[in-house]
Design a protein around this ligand. Sequence first.
Ligand SMILES: *Cc1c(COP(=O)(O)O)cnc(C)c1O
Length: 472
Amino acid sequence: MIDALPEKGVPGDQVLAELRELRGADLPTHGGQLFAYVYDPARPGLDALAVAAHALSYQVNGLDPTAFPSLLAMENALVAAAARLLGGGAETVGSVTSGGTESLILAVKAARDAHPEIEQPRLVVPSTAHAAFAKAAHYLRVELDVVPVKGLAADPEAMAAAISRDTVLVAASAPSYAHGVIDPIPELAAAAAGQGVRFHVDACFGGWILPYLRRLGADLPPFDLSVPGVTSISVDLHKYAYAPKGVAVLLHATEELRRPQYFAYADWPGYTMVNPVISSTRSGGPIAAAFATLRNIGDAGYLDLAARTREAVTILAAAVTATDGVRLYAPASTSVVCLASDGADLFVLADELAARGWHTQPQMAYADFPATLHLTVTAAVRETAEAFGPDLEAAVAAAKARGPVPVPELPPLTPEMITPELIAGLAEGLGLGGGDFSRMAMVNTVLNASPPAVREALLAGFLSHLQRPVIQ
Ligand SMILES: *Cc1c(COP(=O)(O)O)cnc(C)c1O
């Protein structure tokens, strides 16, 4: 147990040594073998530059850009760069947010608050839309209309039919996180515009790589602000712009569209608060690190990183296709490789891949979607891609030999039954008590067999079980 408030302060060297030891338990953020959570361009010197830029600006507070014009200048530069990349025009404005979730919450908030006359505002999304839309709807008390997809992409007719008088926003993905599929943005945006409704493109994941993939010759449909009817678009800089975490951009087609996003408050005795985003006090560190990252990599650099990512995707996809027991679930046309089972148990396979150093992301079966493994591919994977095929082959053979894990005898659970005691018992029974998360097949199999509401309760309960301090 580590004491964050020791009686006497601990020397910096020692604290850093402790920190390094803690970090030793983490998955590797570099090295092209972790296919989720991290985005690694494998560019020598970039990490050191970002750290130095962060160090220059981390004390600066984004609460008041008039006090710290350096942040205003960097934010405007980041927004301008995103606008140029994503089809913005002279009217385009935007905000720097802390990430995709915040961008989406703000896009929904702006749309909701543009219509104070609508009592119960509604948001229309395809079933493949990122879970952050559900979070936004939940936080903002907006009703979520989830429309089933056709194949793996949003169905424009069904989406149009779901728009009602109370719809304040229609949204879709470019591309979807789960499968890397770009929704038919022009058709969807036209349908929304036809009914006078805002349309948001969630390009949080791929917004910084799709334009470059297209320049490299990939045949990708239009998706950005240049498409008529698109009123806002979000792109995470901490994904394919390879900036350190905590930075994203939300663009609006006009300042008028952005206006209801702002929150200002003067009805108290303190300073008049005016916030474009959710946080009030904000560190300048991530913004400066993102600014330095973009300027250092530059347009030509991003084109090169996209080319390497594209090669890696091609190599990984070919490995999946060549391996008996798994199959490509979605066309690998962006930066995602998504594979489904063709005989091998995917959750056992994920453990077998992890044992060989490859960390994939299991996605549970949902509605008509089977369970899949998701691989977010970044430029660093180009270095390791060729080694993936043989390990996949071996991991699939091992998974076939082991067979699916037997599902433990559990009574049919309902969310109400999931108490802290039940979670503690499950954590013990599933071998998670010791904090070893390397063999997750059993856990994933239990989750996969449970309906979404039970999954949610189990996961929230389990995280809450982990997130308990040892108070002395
Ligand atoms: C990552 C992602 C988000 C959420 O972004 P965070 O930065 O994790 O908050 C939203 N939409 C898509 C498509 C994403 O990939």
